[in-house]
Structure formats: structure tokens, C-alpha cells
Design a protein around this ligand. Structure first.
Ligand code: MLT
Length: 265
């Protein structure tokens, strides 16, 4: 665990933990921090976490592991006096949410998995992560990631052609990531196990959401998770790619509010 977990917080009410995508930070959740507490600020207590190495959270010296990130989140909740939260993970954040479900299931009041998958990496995907990790460290620059992933495949075709300001914002967010954090996270993701069995045993309200144009974790991955979760809705957003919360915040928030209503019913 790390003692220095940075978190952006807004509102009061049902605790809602937001876990960001790779290689972003809690900054990606600005719209959700602004909107989800509601007009009087009492609908949700939103906690957007900077995962280890990103935003304001130090990387530390531990070996790469998503389990450590899940333990960080559990510790953060304990320190915030939160027994249970609705946990939202987008892509890498979804992997961390699944590690949290495996290691600290009592923390979950509900789960939203957005643009993510429960399967482990193939050998080819692992090799590609190691290629990226080694390259960003050798060059001491994350430029390679920007060149290979922005706007496509991180954004959908629609956003990449119609949302130039979002493309620029995304570039800025990635450029602020450190090569060390990028390499650490790639190696941690490469080591993650399959989580289908964890999802199958999870008896909390769940929502699986995916952008129809998601080229990294496509609709078929979302369908597989929704089928195995005992109590899950599946939402597919048209015209949206992998970063659904950024590409279509209103639709994302509307779906998430539906999950909050199920949890508090
Ligand atoms: C992410 O958006 O977090 C990444 O695409 C996840 C991954 O590399 O598997």
C-alpha cells in the first residue's frame, strides 16, 4: 500500500469511487465530479482516485501489480470512513475494480465496469505491453503512446473525427504521465489474472457499459461480463469509443445514475 493516495472529491451521499483508464488520472472524471453529486450536492459522494504513479499519487517502489492498486483503494475507503461504495472502473480502472472485488468484496455496494474486460492478456498482448514499457523507459518519454493510441484506438472513430478539442485534451492528459508510471502499469496489467470467476460470484447490482466503437475492449467483451455477472445491466453507447466517460459524459452519467438508483432502492 502507499500512504499517499491522491483523490479528487465532490458531494455527499452514496459513496461513488471512480477508477481511471490507462495512462490517465482522476482528471478524466472532471465531468462526473461536477455532475454526479446533483444540483444540491447530496446525490453522491464522488471520490476520483489517482491510481499509483498517476496524477498526484506517488509510484512507490513495489513490483508492478494491480492487486496493490486494489489494496490502495480499500485503504483509501477505510481512511475516508466509507464501508461500502459503488465502484466504477473504466478500462484499467475496471481491472482494478475486479481486483478489488477479488480481494476486498465487502467494499462493494455496486459495480460499474466500463470499456474493460475480465479476461487475462494473450501472450501477444503481454509482449506488446513489455515492448511499450521498455520503449518509454529507454526514451524517457511517453510520446510513443500518444503516437500509437491517439486519437485511435483510445477514442472512437466518431470522436476522433468530430471532437478535435477532446483529441487535444486527451493528448495533454497522456503527455503528463511519467514514463515510469506507464511502464509500471503496463507490467501490472500484463500480470492480471482472468476475473470471470470473481464476477460470477458477485451478488451486487452491476452495470456493464461499452462504447459501440470501442476498438480496445469491444462490445463482445462487455457482453461476456454482463452474462456472467448475476445482476447486471448492459448498456452500449452508439457513436462512442473506448473512453466513454470522456466521449459521452451525459449518456455515461445517465447510465451510472441508473445503477445508483438500483443500489439505493
Ligand atoms: C486503458 O484504457 O486503461 C487501457 O486501454 C487498458 C489496457 O491497456 O488494457
Amino acid at each position: 500500500m502507499t500512504d499517499r493516495i491522491s483523490v479528487r472529491e465532490a458531494g455527499s451521499g452514496t459513496p461513488l469511487v471512480l477508477l481511471h483508464a490507462f495512462p490517465l488520472s482522476a482528471r478524466m472524471w472532471q465531468n462526473q465530479l461536477d455532475e454526479l453529486p446533483g444540483s444540491d450536492g447530496s446525490e453522491a459522494r464522488v471520490l476520483a482516485v489517482d491510481l499509483r504513479g498517476f496524477g498526484g499519487t506517488d509510484l512507490g517502489t513495489d513490483e508492478p501489480s494491480l492487486d496493490l492498486l486494489a489494496d490502495d483503494v480499500a485503504l483509501l475507503l477505510e481512511r475516508a470512513g466509507v464501508e461500502q461504495a459503488v465502484v466504477v472502473g473504466l478500462s484499467m480502472g475496471g481491472y482494478v475494480a475486479m481486483a478489488l472485488a477479488r480481494r476486498h468484496p465487502h467494499c462493494l455496494a455496486g459495480l460499474m465496469l466500463a470499456d474493460t474486460k475480465a479476461t487475462a492478456d494473450t501472450p501477444a498482448a503481454r509482449a506488446n505491453r513489455e515492448r511499450i514499457a521498455a520503449a518509454v523507459l529507454a526514451r524517457d518519454s511517453v510520446r510513443l503512446l500518444v503516437d500509437e493510441q491517439v486519437p485511435i484506438p483510445l477514442l472512437g472513430v466518431t470522436s476522433s473525427t468530430e471532437r478535435p478539442r477532446l483529441v487535444e485534451r486527451l493528448r495533454g492528459m497522456i503527455e503528463s504521465a511519467s514514463p515510469q508510471a506507464v511502464a509500471w502499469a503496463q507490467r501490472a496489467m500484463a500480470r492480471r489474472p482472468d476475473s470471470m470467476d470473481v464476477l460470477a460470484g458477485l451478488n451486487v447490482p452491476a452495470l456493464v457499459l461499452v462504447g459501440e466503437e470501442d476498438a480496445i475492449t469491444p462490445v463482445s467483451d462487455a457482453q461476456a461480463m454482463a452474462e456472467v455477472l448475476p445482476d447486471a445491466d448492459l448498456t452500449v453507447l452508439p457513436g462512442v469509443g473506448h473512453l466513454s466517460a470522456l466521449e459521452s459524459p451525459n449518456a455515461f452519467n445517465w447510465a451510472l445514475r441508473g445503477l445508483l438508483a438500483r443500489v439505493t432502492a
